[in-house]
Design a protein around this ligand. Sequence first.
Ligand code: ADP
Ligand code: MG
Length: 250
Amino acid sequence: MKHLLEVNNLSYAYHTLQGETLVLDHVNFSIEQGEFVAIVGPSGCGKSTLLSLICHLLEPDSGEIVLGDHKKTGYMLQKDHLLEWRTTYKNIALGPEIACQSSLDLSQKIDTMLTNYQLDGFRNAKPNQLSGGMRQRAALIRTLMTEPDLLLLDEPFSALDYQTRLSVSDDVWDILKHEKKTALLITHDISEAISMADRIIILSARPATVKKEISVKLSCPGERTPFLSRSSPEFKDYFNLVWKELNHDE
Ligand SMILES: Nc1ncnc2c1ncn2[C@@H]1O[C@H](COP(=O)(O)OP(=O)(O)O)[C@@H](O)[C@H]1O
Ligand SMILES: [Mg+2]
């Protein structure tokens, strides 16, 4: 298999007492190793359901999800789910602790991560002593401890205020590039998608199908970052293109 992830003809419906709700209707796309892909779509179209299917919290009604051999997914949500009674270090160590991997290597690895991503002064702080941005970095590092090959990010910045959102997008981008991770970001924020993604997949309203895929190529002075992307000359044209797709439901 040449793709890291293939989603083939994926369909899914929820069944409740009120009846059946078809949420995903023959969804097709793939993701290459090292890509940063964003998925945008109207609220309630089935984006979170799609991620739950990709990480096997739900099973497809039809179609398939093929993840490369021995590849793992990691999940990061809007709410950071840090445990308030544990320190930053202990929150990050939670996954390995549950898997009974405790070692000197592990504590060195966590300390390196804390230093690399500007949390070393907060090793023993509780989550309520961290800023919104720091909490999201800690949550991302915790997710990375399980060494996922594909990061699934479900609107991870939407609970943050605008300014924090901009700086956290840059931080998360830095961390993911530095750790050479492949990422699938769900967002309803068009600018966020353009500023971060190599490719944008646009979903239709429910039941979601793939309406369009757009490769994002921006000219940035120096190396591309989400922040610099926003002032690239092509940004506005991409915005209009995605906006038009999202607002033309034929
Ligand atoms: N557990 C559930 N049972 C029944 N319907 C659900 C359930 N979860 C989500 N839905 C419905 O499925 C649709 C898609 O939900 P979701 O995937 O959360 O959308 P999105 O993340 O794009 O906003 C929505 O209409 C929602 O109400
Ligand atoms: Mg959602």
